[in-house]
Design a protein around this ligand. Structure first.
Ligand SMILES: Nc1ncnc2c1ncn2[C@@H]1O[C@H](COP(=O)(O)OP(=O)(O)OP(=O)(O)O)[C@@H](O)[C@H]1O
Ligand SMILES: [Mg+2]
Length: 199
């Protein structure tokens, strides 16, 4: 696919620990691996993503004024923050990252409400992360997405220790299954914006 403009992908959820930072970096790495020019914009004051990338590489840190094929925006778990609403507003694709646990439902729903409020609902999808196939929670993803109030990406990500290790060891430490899972999700995200291609 050819990209004419930069594609902005914002990962958000008011719930802490849903996987926004992990996936901003690893989905970015997947697109780098697929040959694209990718950068990360870290709007979380904790700067976990920035520190991770500075230590192990994988994607570029976004420089102001520079254009990339894809720009991943990692956000803080704070729905009232201007950085989060700005990141939702300017996104071509908004990725609401959540685990399939009902415990995450209410914050995810609040996040979806904010996305609707910002008029970004047509560009937004729920991404189920930390899915454990074969469990009861993994069965009802469609129902959970409906309760959250946004459609879900078809592809999901499993709970894998490899994703935790990747913070220290980088993309290269991931095995084939983990990489393929990330490729599938990254390509589905990029495919959401059919008017744009990717460079
Ligand atoms: N698919 C996964 N499998 C296993 N562990 C995961 C997965 N996704 C995230 N984690 C782990 O969950 C924890 C929280 O992830 P992460 O820091 O990416 O969440 P976050 O949404 O950015 O959190 P915060 O809102 O606090 O910034 C980390 O320890 C991370 O390694
Ligand atoms: Mg984070």
């Amino acid at each position: 696919m050819l990209l004419y403009e930069q594609m902005i992908i914002t990962l958000c959820n008011g719930k802490g620990g849903s996987g926004k930072t992990t996936l901003s970096v690893l989905l970015g790495c997947a697109l780098v691996e697929a040959g694209h020019k990718v950068a990360l914009l870290d709007t979380d004051p904790q700067h976990t993503a920035t520190r991770w990338v500075q230590e192990v590489g994988g994607v570029e840190i976004a420089e102001p004024g520079k254009e990339y094929g894809a720009l991943f925006i990692d956000t803080a778990p704070r729905l009232e923050s201007k950085e989060v609403t700005d990141a939702i507003r300017r996104a071509d694709v908004v990725v609401l990252v959540t685990s399939p646990s009902p415990a995450d439902l209410f914050t995810s729903r609040d996040t979806a409400t904010l996305i609707h409020h910002e008029g970004a609902q047509d560009r937004a999808r729920v991404l189920f992360n930390q899915v454990q196939p074969g469990t009861i929670l993994a069965r009802d993803l469609e129902d959970m997405a409906e309760r959250i109030g946004l459609p879900a990406f078809k592809n999901t990500l499993r709970r894998r220790q490899a994703y935790q290790h990747a913070v220290l060891l980088g993309w290269k430490s991931l095995g084939g299954e983990a990489r393929e899972e990330l490729f599938r999700v990254a390509l589905e995200i990029v495919g959401q914006q059919s008017s744009k291609g990717i460079k």
